[in-house]
Write a protein that binds this ligand. Sequence first.
Ligand code: NAD
Length: 248
Amino acid sequence: MTLDGKVALVTGAATGIGRAVTLAYASAGAKVVVSDIDDTRGQETVDLITKTGGEATYFHCDTSSAEQNDALVAHAKQTFGKLDLACNNAGVGPAPLSLAEFDDDEWRRIIAINLDGVFYGMRAQIRAMLETGGGVIVNIASILGQVAFPGAAPYVAAKHAVVGLTRQAALEYASAGIRTVAIGPGFVETDILKNLDDEGRAGLVALHPVGRLGQPAEIGEVVAAVSADTWSFTNGAYIPVDGGYLSR
Ligand code: NAD
């Protein structure tokens, strides 16, 4: 598996799964544009790559902004000449409320980042990939893009929609050489789970037949693998990386 000569971008790449995706892309040989709203930790991700001889650059991008997604893609083209690979990873968890308890602001906040952000990203990335004859877009969905979860209405709605957008793009752009894949992580040890107490953590672990939560690198490796040309017949797919969660 190699991504030699490829140019990639990752959103939400300052930490967690996004950082792991970035490191996996880079170790497979891709040049990477690291983006996030956390500029300090985003630059740390760049430093992790460059100190091992890889090529990376940082660009600030709030994915809920269409303009900033356009600017991110323009930066990739300006810096490295093209865009071959993109991972729409940036996402946030909601306040844990039942559906009827969500106010408009919290609903809009989650949808703006977790759904609008993926659409704005894909639109900009597809336009760039059409110029060069193709590419691979990997969207980080979730097990909650397939099933519901208590207290997560806007998150569940957004992640189901991300799976739908992934399929839609496959239908419309496969003939143009663009592949799209949705990855469905189970619960993974990142900052998104930082407010969990021991009981909450044990409850989540119990939902995974493998008996533990995932590690970010276990998601990153799959994203890099499906992005390689050896996976050329995989398109519009939802790929679970969830320790068996959906097998329950
Ligand atoms: P994380 O909180 O560790 O990292 C999220 C990153 O996104 C941070 O660097 C943050 O600064 C950045 N970010 C937040 N808002 C942003 C915005 N508007 N624009 C750009 N960047 C923004 O979370 P994570 O667990 O690594 O999550 C990454 C993705 O994986 C998300 O889409 C999340 O929904 C998904 N996911 C996570 C889990 C899990 O259990 N950790 C499970 C399934 C899916």
